[in-house]
Design a protein around this ligand. Structure first.
Ligand code: MF3
Ligand code: CO
Length: 252
């Protein structure tokens, strides 16, 4: 379908969709503590999204049964919230969530530490987050899409972590997943040229071991094949004439 260029009016709607999502993410971050179930986090996320007059875009997406993906430890993405899954001290918990505001989608993910975690786990979270910022430095008009991919991959490489290749970032707008796909690993071709008005969900997923993944029998939960810890960091980003605008970070 090609990469869509958003009009100024559409960009305003994307900004608002993303601003609200950043507020909901911040609220959920404050709820994560030992003893809470992953379903409670999902329920709170859905209620908050609806309280802003928005719709959760993950709910019922290809049959996905919740509004927030809650992925714990070796779970990479798409963990299904459950009353039986209780967050423990020392866990790392990835929250991935999006919403629709006046027809426009936003999408963002963060990995949180629960209480004291190991220095190695802390490093994984930090490198994953920073790899997004290294990629986004390249998200400028005139650069090419894969400059983003290559910057993420080059930053992660010295740490010896595994970059997940089976899942990638994506364009976003009136649909959650639009063209282009945005790999987080090194590319040979440069990919399409970036233009102002493109909106991209850039989302590195990084494992402490290899980047290989498997799907659990629930059909959704993606886990690292070697059961090593995994972290995820995602924002919806606007390409402009100048510096990229990270729409889901809010004003800070
Ligand atoms: N968050 C995923 C992405 O960034 C989409 C999740 S779809 C769901 O592309 F169905 F699992 F919610
Ligand atoms: Co996404």
């Amino acid at each position: 379908m090609g990469i869509t260029i958003k009009s100024p009016r559409e960009i305003e709607l994307m900004r608002e969709s993303c601003r609200i999502l950043s507020l909901v993410h911040d609220e959920l971050a404050g709820m994560i503590r030992p003893g809470i179930s992953t379903k409670e986090i999902d329920r709170a996320g859905e209620e908050l999204i609806r309280s802003y007059g928005c719709t959760p875009n993950f709910l019922h997406y290809q049959g996905y049964p919740a509004s927030v993906c809650v992925s714990v430890n070796e779970e990479v993405v798409h963990g299904i919230p459950s009353e039986a899954r209780i967050i423990q001290e020392g866990d790392i918990v990835s929250l991935d969530m999006g919403l629709i505001y006046h027809g426009y989608h936003s999408d963002a993910a963060r990995t949180h530490a629960v209480g004291e975690i190991s220095p190695a786990a802390q490093k994984l979270i930090e490198v994953t987050r920073q790899s997004f910022f290294e990629g986004v430095k390249m998200a400028k008009a005139g650069n090419h899409l894969h400059d983003i991919s290559n910057a993420i991959a080059a930053y992660v490489k010295p740490y010896g972590y595994g970059i997940v290749r089976a899942l990638v970032g994506h364009g976003i707008g009136t649909r959650m997943h639009e063209d282009p796909q945005i790999p987080n690993f090194a590319q040979i071709r440069r990919g399409p040229k970036l233009k102002p008005g493109m909106t991209l969900a850039i989302e590195p997923m990084i494992n402490m071991g290899t980047g290989d993944v498997e799907w659990l029998d629930d059909g959704w939960t993606v886990v690292s094949a070697d059961h090593s810890l995994s972290a995820h960091y995602e924002n919806t980003v606007l390409i402009t004439d100048g510096e990229p605008e990270i729409l889901t970070l809010g004003k800070r």
